[in-house]
Structures are given as structure tokens and as C-alpha cells.
Design a protein around this ligand. Sequence first.
Ligand code: URA
Length: 234
Amino acid sequence: MRLDKFIAHATFLPRSEVKKLLKRGEISVDGKTTTQGSHQLSGKEEIKRLGERLHLPKARYFMLHKPKGVVCANQDPEHPTALDCLQEPNKESLQIAGRLDKDTTGMLLLTDDGQWNHRVTSPAQHKTKTYWLRTADPLDENLIQHFASGIQLKDEPRPCRPAQLTLLDVHTARLKISEGKYHQVKRMFAACGNHVLELHREAIGSVALDKNLQPGHYRPLSEWEVKQLGDTNA
Ligand code: URA
């Protein structure tokens, strides 16, 4: 990483300010005053501003109980965004790990660790996502086998990976999928001639939405949850 980028991350100052403080000779790298923002760091250096050690902020990981009506976008002129639900500094650096539709509720992950986000959402990881859903038309037992053998979505070259459907009552079910295609659950039911009226994400991999989180509330992930979700074998 370049020195000026490191300082900007560590101080939350804009690049223009970073330039100025470098020019003023406020920064030292391993004890030597440095004015070159382009200086490449190996990651082992001791960087100080006016004699005080600078550190990169620790990566942040959050679980939000997404309410209905909230959009998974950085900005939206009409609707509240997932970031609006968070009271955190420097929110702009947070990314959503696995989007949900505006009318879908449930577990949403946010982080500023891009590599972790990639491990959670990469299609190659096939992480299981568990959804509870309610349909317009009655569900029947035949669907279980249909979902297990791979639903063919409209406009997709290949069928979906096998999905595990558990019927809860005539109109509600639990579905486990290991992909994240656009509007996947709704399209799977549309392909069977049904319509999803309500959709709620209960879990990703082995990490479930915290039952103590009311819609619109969030909390940091525990170390165990961060590890489980980012684990490439889980
Ligand atoms: N599948 C959908 O159709 N919508 C979501 O929000 C998530 C999965």
C-alpha cells in the first residue's frame, strides 16, 4: 500500500489533507521524516504522525435484520438504504455481502473487508442460504423432488443446483439454496407457476440471524461468526 493511502485510512482524512500533513513533515516512517506519499509500504513499517503511531482501523463486520422497504444500494433517492440503518462512522466504506430485494427481510451482512465479502458471496463457495417463504398458491409434496433435482429458471443456460425444500404448511416453506442468482428464490417459484409473497433470510451457512435483533437493528458479528462465514470450506 502507498503511504498516502495508509495515512488516509488510518486518520479518516481526505487525500488533500494527507498531502498537506506530509508536506508539513508530520509523518515519519521507521523514524525518518517522509514527505513522499507515493512511498510503497511493505506492511512492517512503524508509521507515526507527530510522534504518535498510526494504525489501520480494524475491519468491521455487521449483521443487520433488514426490514421491508429498505434497499441494498449505496444510495437511493426514494427509499432508505441498508446503510441508513447503521449508526457507524465512515459508513461509506461498508459493503453489503449478499444483497436482498427491497421486500425481502432477514439477515444481511455488511463489512469493509473486501476479501471476506468475496469469500462469503463468491459463487464458487456455494454457501448455503436458508429462507423462510410464503407463497400465493398452495405448495405440494411434488415440489420437494423438483427443487432437489434442479429448477430450470427462465433465461438461464443451466438448471439451478439442487435445493432443499421443506414444506411447513400449505403456503409456507423453508428453502436452502447454495447459489445467489438474481431474484433466485422468486424465480424458482415462478418457474413452478407459483408466486412468493413473503421472503425472509434466516441464515447464511451455519450462522443464523440473531433472534434478539428486531427489524432494522444490527450488531457486530462475533469472531466465531466472522470465521465461519469467511471459511472457504464451510
Ligand atoms: N431470492 C430472491 O428472489 N430475493 C431475495 O431477496 C433473495 C433471494
